[in-house]
Design a protein around this ligand. Structure first.
Ligand SMILES: *Cc1c(COP(=O)(O)O)cnc(C)c1O
Length: 381
């Protein structure tokens, strides 16, 4: 990792800059949206998948310093790293307890999100063997059919916990939306009703249902704890064109070479692009191995991705290659469209949602697949 104050030019062909001040501002914004008439609501942070590709350690350090006390990770390895970064925080492991993993989860002081009676039994057995109670969250499935107990089994789960004599202490009951980005979808109201029915079996236990998009739902299903991920990292949690969040990831790639071509010449593999006018092309040092999807290739029937060179939006031409992309920089200032110059792939004017849309994927996928070859810089925090 390059230090925050390093302003030298990296020797890598790509530079990923992560704005930790923007990350913290996004966290504060979500927390402020939830604080309301119904009493205080805590804002946690989902930092699974290396904080959506942007770096679990710097993200957790910045959020912890800002006051975040609850983190969600995917598995035990991510949880152990989280524990080392935030010794006092509550760390929820969304995958729950898998057979045999109980002792390791307990040793790191992690809080598994239990999703079946068998997981409750496993965690209670870990607690019995250790001789002290263990904390856990309980996840109700209200429509995903992915993880969690069916909400109608809430009574059975409460009975099973009672049988285990307090060995498992619930710190949270939670559920997860199917379509929280769709305001007015009838499934949202049904999921909230099913979750509320399940919650009745666990009076006094804090509840959580809201991922990023659900924070914005008119139903305000904020309960006691928010669990945003995507919006923290600058993704648009709404389906509207205006992103209420600040961009966090800035990705630039170096111009490696330029070519002046005449009408009729083609560019890249399979010649999917043909010059219609005298054109200047620039080859930049990032490709699909660096997380820019091949599906962002422009084709005669469909526009592709674009990058900013010298303040001008320059379209991708030709197929996205493993290590490079060709841009049409004819309209960019010649001073910028030179070997050694930079092209901005992600930033204030082209966000993760735009690149995703042009590639036919979701912004979450753009972030979590950002490549390993970039120089990385963290600013702020
Ligand atoms: C990933 C995840 C989240 C975060 O979702 P975003 O849409 O990124 O805010 C919240 N809850 C659960 C259960 C998740 O798996």
């Amino acid at each position: 990792m390059t230090s925050s104050h390093d302003t030298s030019e990296p020797h890598e062909s790509g530079l990923l800059t992560v704005d930790l001040d923007a990350l913290v501002a996004n966290w504060r914004q979500l927390a402020a949206m939830a604080a309301g008439a119904d009493g205080p609501v805590e804002c946690g942070a989902v930092v699974k998948a290396d904080a959506y590709g942007l770096g679990q350690a710097p993200a957790m350090q910045a959020l912890s310093a800002a006051g975040c006390r609850s983190f969600f990770v995917c598995n035990v390895a991510e949880g152990e790293l989280a524990r080392s970064l935030a010794p006092e925080a509550t760390i929820y492991v969304l995958d729950g307890v898998s057979p045999g993993s109980g002792p390791r989860l307990a040793a790191a002081g992690l809080c598994p999100v239990l999703g079946s009676l068998a997981e409750i039994d496993d965690w209670a057995e870990t607690a019995r063997a250790l001789g002290h109670p263990l904390d856990a969250a309980l996840h109700f499935d209200t429509g995903m059919n992915r993880l969690g107990l069916p909400a109608r089994e809430a009574g059975a789960a409460a009975a099973r916990l009672a049988e285990h004599n307090g060995r498992v202490r619930l710190t949270l009951v939670m559920s997860h939306f199917v379509s929280s980005q769709k305001v007015g979808a009838s499934i949202n109201a049904r999921q909230i009703a099913d979750f509320d029915a399940a919650r009745k079996f666990f009076p006094g236990v804090p509840a959580s249902m809201a991922n990023s998009s659900a924070v914005f739902l008119p139903e305000r299903p904020h309960y006691d704890l928010l669990r945003p991920g995507y919006a923290l990292y600058g993704g648009n949690p709404t389906m509207g064109p205006d992103n209420p969040m600040r961009p966090v990831a800035y990705l630039r790639a170096r111009i490696l070479a330029t070519h002046d071509v005449t009408p009729g010449e083609t560019a890249g593999y399979d010649a999917v692009w043909t010059a219609q006018r005298p054109s200047r092309l620039a080859t930049i040092g990032a490709g699909y191995a660096d997380g820019v999807p091949v599906s962002a290739t422009a084709r005669p029937d469909k526009p592709g991705g674009a990058a900013i060179v010298g303040g001008v939006r320059c379209p991708f031409v030709g197929r996205v290659s493993m290590d490079s992309i060709i841009l049409d920089v004819t309209d960019a200032p010649l001073s910028a469209a030179q070997r050694g110059g930079w092209a901005e792939i992600l930033g204030a004017s082209i966000g993760v949602d735009e690149l995703a849309g042009r590639a036919g994927v979701i912004g979450y996928e753009i972030l979590t697949r950002l490549g390993r070859r970039y120089a990385r810089r963290y600013i702020g925090g």
